[in-house]
Design a binder for this molecule. Structure first.
Ligand code: ADP
Ligand code: MG
Length: 674
């Protein structure tokens, strides 16, 4: 047997059983060994029958007089007496007629089960047995309990593991084992054994910590290497023009909030250093992040530099573009929009201008990066609502002059505080805590489909007042809750709201058409827009007050929060209907969403509900195993910080731990919080 063999190589696992294992995403022995228990039950104390009380027991017994009888045509009952010298107890199995014949009356067995009153007699029903031997697997020890599936229970999983767990010693520990030992961590192969077959409860903790530590170590090491790399580059040091800043602020149609001022000041300080800035501005939907990026860009343009702003969608890029033209009207006309739908001659012109050293701002989508733009004086890159902007992408923008532009990320999906304080200590984060306008309320309702249909009259009252509504579907061709494809929901909505003008939007439409429809919606030519999540980020339609989200349970919490942020942006309250199937119970996520409108609280709740997947989503597979990681375990995370520090301070390690660095290099490419 080898670690990479399919589980069917394990003795006792035939083709049928291996399909059951596959159902739990266990294909190979390696997968099986990394299929960690979800909890443990302690059966390590063997009880004497004379002492047992109501509840779970583990006994060491011999059996007497097993008998099976039929209680109906298809049902049997098998009874036996189990005794251990101190006393005896009645044992009953239902529909396990093979038991009577298979019991070896001369052997001793470990028996585990529940001792309780059944049919007026104390007995143990359907206990599980294991012959007494030196290394019990399924009794007389702490038992690991796994996620189970039909016809495959923890006992089966333990049995399979018992026959292959020794292969764990074949894993080469890619981590610095001596260093880890100094930090009191358990050996890797031992940890894998102990997580499944712990000798005692202390070993569960040690094994758990070691396995979690690997992942935390990977994460911190990646972040640290990214940071060091960025630090090795220079950027341009810029003295910003305070008078211009004041003038810009005075011309705004609103007063900046204290938080906005503070963040702008922090950014100005960062830019005043040769070190490339790497700052994340977190602020809930509507907290006013755009104006910060605008002001900083203007100040840089004024100093003769080029800047760029990348938006996640074309629609949003266009919206930013129009917004910037307004904000910059009395200062500069050098604002350009560059997206995949920019006509070729226009694009060529813009590319020329970029090359010409002219100070400007280019607004576009992330496709800007692929465009092979020859910026000559790019000093700042603003990335809007997109975490995924790693070192590699950043290096693409490295200047001919060999300096790196400053980076400013804006995000409405905050990194939970617990994480920011522990794992990403080095990342500079500015927070916009208060929103400029808090005069509107967004009400959130969780409704089954039929409850929603009963709310239609209430919604129509709002539409009759001239307010507008989004109807969101998960995908163009979704069939999550019955048929919630765009087409179907469009038809249904048109029927329900027949006195209103309904139109639709999705990502596959030509961008001209998309923009046209949004403009029509903005200009109230459309009352109801049925759409996929293309409207998720940033879109600003102040008159839209109602949002109905079909199959709301299929969205992530952050995404739902973003979607909900599209309504109630004007002076009117918002109403968000989260629709779920009549036959399903709404998830905790929907309840969380209803409970608060605060993105930071939601991020924290998401981390609690979904675990680290909330942050690393699809990273889970392969490269990074976060199943055992608890980001609230500050002690372990602090320990990992120290270990990483020690580890990278020794330059020899680079050569000695090649496989570790290779793994971490891959992680660095996709880890996005650098
Ligand atoms: P987000 O942080 O979600 O990107 P925006 O930057 O789009 O938010 O701002 C939302 C709205 O609030 C915009 O219409 C913007 O002009 C407005 N706004 C920004 N700052 C202020 C402020 N200090 N006072 C009033 N309105 C503001
Ligand atoms: Mg925004």
């Amino acid at each position: 047997m080898n670690l990479n063999d399919p589980v069917s190589e394990i003795p006792g696992i035939g083709p049928k059983k291996s399909i059951l294992f596959n159902r739990l995403k266990i294909k190979t022995i390696d997968d099986l060994i990394h299929f960690y228990p979800k909890k443990y039950i302690d059966y390590s104390n063997v009880d004497l029958i004379k002492n047992i009380k109501n509840g779970p027991v583990c006994l060491k017994v011999k059996f007497l007089s097993p008998k099976t009888r039929h209680i109906s045509r298809s049902r049997t009952i098998t009874e036996a007496i189990a005794s251990d010298g101190s006393g005896s107890v009645l044992v009953i199995w239902f529909n396990q007629s093979y038991r009577a014949a298979s019991l070896d009356l001369n052997s001793e067995y470990y028996l585990i089960g529940n001792y309780e009153l059944n049919y007026n007699r104390f007995s143990i029903i359907n206990p599980s047995l294991e012959k007494v031997g030196p290394n019990p697997i399924n009794s007389a020890r702490i038992l690991a309990i796994y996620k189970e599936t039909n016809n495959l229970n923890s006992k089966d999983i333990r049995k399979a593991l018992a026959s292959c767990i020794n292969l764990a010693s074949q894993y080469k520990d890619i981590y610095p084992s001596n260093l880890f030992k100094q930090f009191g961590l358990m050996d890797y192969a031992l940890a894998l054994k102990e997580i499944h077959f712990p000798k005692n409860s202390n070993n569960i903790n040690l094994a758990h910590d070691r396995l979690a530590f690997n992942s935390i170590f990977d994460l911190i090491l990646s972040a640290k290497l990214n940071e060091n790399e960025i630090d090795s580059f220079k950027s341009v040091k810029i003295d910003l023009d305070i008078d211009l800043a004041k003038d810009f602020v005075n011309k705004l149609p609103f007063k900046l909030t204290d938080d906005q001022r503070k963040v702008i000041w922090q950014i100005m300080n960062d830019l005043n250093k040769k070190k490339p800035m790497n700052r994340l501005v977190e602020g809930d939907v509507g907290s006013g992040k755009t104006v910060i990026a605008a002001m900083i860009s203007l100040l840089l343009i004024n100093k003769g530099y080029q800047t760029s702003l990348m938006a996640p969608t074309e629609i949003l890029a266009k919206q930013h573009y129009l917004n910037f033209i307004k904000m910059f009207s009395s200062y500069t006309k050098n604002i350009y929009l560059l997206t995949s739908s920019t006509p070729n001659n226009e694009r060529a012109k813009i590319l020329e201008i970029i090359k010409s050293n002219q100070p400007l701002i280019i607004i576009g989508t992330h496709a800007l990066l692929n465009d092979n733009l020859r910026f000559s004086k790019l000093a700042l890159v603003c990335v809007d609502e997109q975490h995924r902007f790693g070192v590699n992408q950043r290096k693409l923008l490295k200047q001919k002059a060999n300096y790196l532009p400053h980076l400013l990320s804006l995000s409405a999906t905050p990194i939970p505080r617990s994480l920011a304080l522990t794992l990403f200590k080095e990342l500079k984060i500015s927070v916009l805590k208060t929103k400029p306008k808090q005069d509107t309320v967004i009400n959130t309702y969780i409704k089954s489909k039929s409850q929603y249909l009963r709310s239609v009259e209430t919604i129509k009252k709002l539409l009759n007042k001239g307010q507008q509504m989004f109807v969101i579907v998960p995908k163009i061709n979704s069939k999550i809750d019955q048929d919630d494809s765009l087409e179907n929901v469009l038809e249904e909505t048109t029927k329900i709201f027949k006195e209103f003008k309904v139109d639709f939007l999705h990502g596959k439409l030509k961008s001209d058409l998309k923009n046209q429809k949004l403009e029509d919606f903005l200009n109230k030519k459309i009352d109801i827009l049925v759409s996929t999540t293309v409207i998720e980020v940033g879109i600003d339609i102040p008159n839209a007050t109602v949002m109905v989200i079909y199959s709301s349970d299929s969205f992530g919490l952050a995404q739902l929060h973003q979607l909900r942020g599209r309504i109630g942006r004007g002076h009117l309250d918002g109403h968000c209907y989260l629709i779920h199937d009549d036959n399903k119970i709404p998830s905790r996520r929907l309840e969380a969403l209803k409970s608060t409108n605060n993105g930071f609280e939601l991020a924290e709740l998401d981390l609690k509900i979904r675990g680290p997947g909330a942050i690393y989503g699809n990273l889970q597979h392969g490269l990074l195993d976060l199943k055992l990681v608890d980001f609230h375990d500050t002690n372990l995370i602090e320990l990992a910080h120290q270990a990483v520090e020690k580890f990278i301070n020794n330059p020899k390690n680079m050569l000695e731990y090649k496989s570790l660095f290779k793994k971490v290099d891959n992680l660095r490419k996709i880890i996005n919080l650098d």
